[in-house]
Write a protein that binds this ligand. Structure first.
Ligand code: CA
Length: 233
């Protein structure tokens, strides 16, 4: 049976467009317009959806509350939040809702399908048959005392800032960090650095990792949001 995606969206046009693309990509979908109807539906859903696309602004119970509630009651059900503004994502990240990804409107339905696939792949890998192997596969080793990062035993030769960036992201694999959050960890007074500074440090960090592992992309950029450490597919 095809995986079912729950679309929670009060704009019928958007919901229909996304549903059409999902169907065209081999998914089933179910659409709910009103926030109050989501939890009762999930309570009875059989089978459970594989993933929830959750709009932030909804009539009735809002997306924030719903995301928290879903995290608590169905911790393994992935959630992708749909938001109307890029700036909002920073605020959402700060709230640590535990959403698996964020997509800003206007979005292309193709992008939504790609993100849905990526999040599902990750969720399935995390739930996977070999959880121990996944842990063992953590590729980088941090030597906090020496401010060194080792990849297969090789010192990456990171600067203090690069080390700090990597350490912050490695503490929460899969979690998306905004540039703002990363700056907070890098500098006491981050007013003096720009977001582009973060990008340039991340770029160098990635280049150093790529020298050891050209085929692995373990620091990923999340379009228009920030970065995350993702050791596995
Ligand atoms: Ca809305």
């Amino acid at each position: 049976m095809n995986e079912r995606i729950l679309i929670v969206e009060d704009e019928p046009k958007i919901a229909r467009l996304v549903a059409d693309y999902l169907t065209g990509s081999g998914f089933e979908s179910h659409h709910i317009e009103h926030g109050d109807a989501v939890l009762p539906w999930l309570d009875k859903a059989d089978p459970m959806p594989a993933l929830v696309l959750l709009d932030l602004m909804l009539p009735g119970t809002d997306g924030l509350t719903l995301c928290r509630e879903i995290r608590q009651r169905w911790p393994r059900l992935p959630v992708i939040m749909l938001t109307a503004r890029v700036e909002e994502v920073d605020r959402l990240l700060g709230l640590e809702l535990g959403a698996d990804d964020y997509i800003c409107k206007p979005f292309s339905p193709r992008e939504v399908v790609a993100r849905v696939r990526a999040v599902l792949r990750r969720a399935q890998a995390a739930a996977g048959e070999h959880p121990a192997a996944t842990r063992d596969a953590l590729p980088l080793e941090l030597d906090a005392a020496g401010w060194r990062a080792l990849a297969d035993g090789r010192d990456l030769g990171l600067t203090a800032v690069e080390f700090q960036l990597l350490k912050v992201m490695m503490q929460a694999p899969g979690q998306i960090f905004s540039r703002d959050q990363l700056m907070d960890h890098m500098y006491r007074d981050h007013r003096i650095v720009s977001e582009r500074t973060v990008d340039s440090h991340v770029k160098k960090l990635r280049r150093k990792i790529a020298e050891v592992w050209p085929e692995r992309e373990i620091i990923r950029s999340v379009y228009s949001v920030g970065y995350k450490y993702q050791p596995e597919e």
